[in-house]
Design a protein around this ligand. Sequence first.
Ligand SMILES: [Ca+2]
Ligand SMILES: [Ca+2]
Length: 224
Amino acid sequence: MRALLTVTVLGLALTGCQLGSPDVSDRSSAMRVAASRPGGHWPVVQTRRIDLDGDGSRDVVRLRKRGGEWGSGPVRIEADLGPDRVAVGIVRRPGIDATLLRRGVDPDADGDRELVLWREMAPREITVLDLVGDRIRPVRQPDHSPLASTYTSNRHARAWWPGRHHLFSTRSVRSFGGTSHYVVTPDRYVVRLWRWSLEGRALVAEDLGRGCVRAPAPREPEPC
Ligand SMILES: [Ca+2]
Ligand SMILES: [Ca+2]
């Protein structure tokens, strides 16, 4: 069995937080709410069109980052929900390459889309954000979540991907050899598969059993 030598960097975790806000009842108060949170002047590094409020119209979603495209500071996410509504959220440490998933997801299957902020570089964990009133807030998800695409601290391989509505993730059943920086991954290995739904304000995993995947793109397991 050929072994792949894979470099992994473990450590930093995505964290998010938001600022409090009053209710929005008219355009002027909406603008005050948006302006009252930091980052309204930060450079826009990404724009998406995603229907966050489920009215059938895709909303303009802007990702602003302090320091610009390669800045390492917090990001501000804005969504234009209509002429009278601007929703805003702040994520403090999203990672230097944080990006919004193009279509979002709908893990509570209610017709509106939730945002996914993810990273290409390690540790490649994700944050799911939901629209609550005029705020865009991270939902609760487990600590040390399998919703990542690097190794756990004890060298279990993880992967995640978006389905049409839900998120899916895998984690290898056994840990692999190597060190905290270099993991030796076999070509094919057994994983446990989960489907993630949004229930209230929390992501909940349903265990779909075991399957086999192939490195280096361990998605959508097949029967072993
Ligand atoms: Ca909309
Ligand atoms: Ca939804």
